[in-house]
Design a protein around this ligand. Structure first.
Ligand code: MG
Length: 223
């Protein structure tokens, strides 16, 4: 009986296998295959495509600032920058952990302060500072990460900015609301936020900036 069931099982397997066309062997899933998605993300970085896209979008933001600066010169011109995957790259850590997010490991990486700068966004930063445009960082990083973040920013050549705005420790509220509230505060203090640059929709939604520029980030999502 057991061997009969075994044979039946084998027969079912062979029969169903026979109905699968060779061309369909690689697309039997209704959602993307995680291994292949990871490979495509690695390739996206390795090929240089990621950095090219980052630099191109930061370049567009800089062109917008250059073009509009004279118009807002007397209205305290400012730009707002996110930090992670906007001016600093965590890709070395993300790749090391095979695109997995392990909160304790992520925190340890942030505290090391070794994230490299993204070049195009740093050019935008430098252009702003050279032209007396105030730079505000608004990040989802927590206050307890301030010292490490200051060290990291300084080491990567970000000097002369106005304010580093961080989330209170233990605040797990929506990032979008918190960021928009601070842009509102800055606007009410008289600043004209000409450019807002970030890698998440939640960096950019909620108004209080003339123009928003979205950098690519296929690696994670922050609501
Ligand atoms: Mg970010």
């Amino acid at each position: 009986m057991k061997s009969l069931l075994k044979s039946l099982g084998l027969l079912v397997f062979l029969t169903s296998a026979a109905f699968c066309e060779p061309a369909e062997l690689h697309r039997d899933l209704t959602i993307p295959n995680m291994f292949l998605v990871k490979e495509s993300m690695r390739q996206y970085h390795k090929s240089g495509q990621y950095l090219r896209e980052i630099d191109a979008i930061a370049g567009q933001a800089q062109t917008y600032l250059e073009t509009n600066l004279a118009r807002v010169r007397d209205r305290k011109p400012a730009i707002v920058l996110d930090i992670d995957e906007t001016v600093l790259s965590n890709y070395p850590h993300i790749n090391e952990f095979d695109f997995g997010y392990i909160p304790t490991e992520w925190s340890a990486w942030i505290l090391r302060g070794e994230a490299p700068a993204l070049i195009g966004p740093r050019e935008l930063f430098r252009y702003a500072r050279k032209n007396d445009v105030a730079v505000f960082f608004i990040t989802g990083r927590a206050e307890k990460q301030r010292e490490a973040t200051l060290k990291n920013l300084s080491k990567q050549g970000f000097e002369g900015w106005q304010e580093l705005i961080m989330k209170p420790d233990g605040d797990h509220g929506a990032s979008g609301l918190y960021k928009a509230e601070h842009r509102k505060r800055l606007t009410e203090a008289g600043y004209t936020i000409v450019v807002n640059l970030g890698d998440q929709a939640s960096d950019l939604e909620g108004g209080y900036s003339e123009a928003v520029f979205k950098l690519p980030n296929p690696m994670y999502y922050v609501p």
